[in-house]
Design a protein around this ligand. Sequence first.
Ligand code: PYC
Length: 414
Amino acid sequence: MPHRLLKFGFKKQYPEQRMFRSPEALRDEYDVVIIGGGGHGLAAAYYLAVDHGITNVAVLDKGYLGGGGTGRNTAIVRSNYLTPEGARFYQTSVELFQDLSRELDFNLFYSERGHFTLAHSPASLNTQRWRAEVNQHLGIDSKVVGPEFIQESVPELDITCGGHQAPIYGALYHPPGAIARHDAVAWAYARGADQRGAEIHQQTAVTDIEVRDGEVAGVHTDRGFIKTRKVLSAVAGWTTSLTAMVGLRTPLEIHPLQALVTEPLKPWLNHIVVSASLHLYVSQSSRGELVAGASLDPYELISMRSTLDFAEGLSGHMLDLFPCLGQINVMRQWAGLCDMTPDFSPIMGTTPVKGFYIDAGWGTWGFKATPVSGKTMASTIARDRDDELIGAFNLSRFGRFELVGEKGAASVGH
Ligand code: PYC
């Protein structure tokens, strides 16, 4: 490291600003307590302040900020969903993402790449046509394309899959499909919320939620009791522990989802390529690494361990599509926890416990929803009424058998 840079680093004259404050003590009372310092919780704190002027807010996390689903996904943003409810919701998120670096004054490395969902059979191409129809009806930029278009866009892709797998018949192409730097999204929302008065308390575990006469009265933490009448649960993977505290049942199942990155390469893959049949999605990050994942581990498990099975299976399928990658090394792999719903749509909004709001069921589709979930949950909390965009995602839909079957959700078997 150059000597001058080192000297600058140690000089007290130019202290580097902290991203957000770390208040020593919890207040006795907050207007809103948000459990979960991931993107969703932090975005909710930000929009509570910006859209509703509610700033007496605490965000609590038992670990560190962005250490759960936010830091463990493959950072894909898109809105080419199949249900009108899902497509409309994610389209709002894409639109928020497109302006987010400017709004939060933070480089989120938001990069529009174009998103291909490859179809390896006529049946799969039919599903992609169905998605394109729904998308176009809602004004979402999405269309079915043939093998020539795919090959021209991604010349390294082996359209025949080497004869090991069914060849590619066509794809759903979604030009606004993008990637972003996931950690930066959490930090930027944290900074924005903190600047407006919200407090972020890491290493603060919620041990119980006090409910009196059907209404939230406070939160017990390992640092003491906090009085509050409004609590948001935004804790992918741990939702069922919190809902148990307030006596609510959900149909959630927790499954690990694994991913990996390769060593960095010169930029060559300009698009996001997804194959549902091969259980693979891959993009190239701004650092040059190929970021790739497969489908959920097929069993319930609350563990973030990685497996060799996953790395082997994924690498095999990556080579079916991109035989040129035979000599590339895998650098890291990891897992996140996905709380899966039976219909592959999230659970959002008010609950039968007054003052307890839920932002859960994010399965494999949570990162891309960060801005819209924050905005709609903030409005739901502020008004104590489900935001219009998330009405279909209320927990009560399971009791009413009004599911929102979302076949546009990635990395799950439908
Ligand atoms: O929804 O695009 C997606 C996705 C990719 C990986 C996991 N989910």
